[in-house]
Design a protein around this ligand. Sequence first.
Ligand code: COI
Length: 356
Amino acid sequence: SRSASSFHRPCVDTARSNEENADINWDDLGFGLVPTDYMYVMRCSRDDKFSSGVLNRYGNIELSPSAGVLNYGQGLFEGLKAYRKQDGGGFLLFRPEENACRMQSGAERMCMPSPSVEQFIHAVKETVLANKRWVPPQGKGSLYIRPLLIGIGPVLGLAPAPDYMFLIYAAPVGTYFKEGLAPINLVIDDKIHRATPGGTGDVKTITNYAPVLKAQTQAKTKGFTDVIYLDSINKKYLEEASSCNLFIVKGDVISTPATIGTILPGVTRKSIIEIAIDSSYRVEERLVSLEDLFDADEVFCTGTAVVVAPVGSITYQDQRYEYKTGTETVTQKLYNILTAIQMGLGEDRKNWTVEI
Ligand code: COI
């Protein structure tokens, strides 16, 4: 088996990672896994702190069959992106400290030690630089960065694992949905719920995602892009879609479900709220009912992977509701402002981007 010392041996092949661009078809990127060169790995025990990590070749990791993450789902993930600046000017991360802080609060909920904000950002930068030939050319997509924090130590009875791994890998991506930038078609599932009060809906734990695969698979079979979940008590307030937050637009008012425990506090969600307020829209974080949804002019989804996705239709109990989409929408305006900042094409007045 792989010894701890060999696992921690840095092995960056600088010649290879210095190539300008990997030899792939950049026009063909979706959101599938394109393996890259290196992953960042850092380990610590339960009562300790993370200290230093290393870059290893991207590849399989060895885990005990009784690892906490495999048996009891003790794991968190994050998602952020690096964009290549124009004219070979380096790379931009978008608000990485937000992901670092969210991982810290999630770790507290999941009884895990977590990297400091500085360690997290340092590790993200190292991962991007080691894989820089995989950051798509401007306009072709981004490098999606996936930090994981998992309990790797063995457990049999239910308890926090004795040891943890913080790992980051990355993959070049284009648009998340198969529709590309075109409007998506959602369906409301009123039987399967994503989260419950007191649960972990507001934490980026891996265990929030597998439970919605069934609803997502059923929806895709029927031709829908994804699923909207409702609150589990009243079954009439919007929560989110399988992989992203939801917004509705009515006139000059933009509303989104308030983060009251069952909603994932998305970094894109938070940024869009700020951009909308700066653009003189009224933003309401509140309970958003089905009636509000059916009455809306526009609906859009936000997420790191999804960015800002316009919703063309929503189906609820076989009734289809259609929404305004296209270049003259509030959705498009917010998308343009956000992506210009993320790609380094617009003024970053709030200092959201971090240059590498
Ligand atoms: C992201 O948007 O980065 C996420 O973590 C959602 C994931 C299901 C792709």
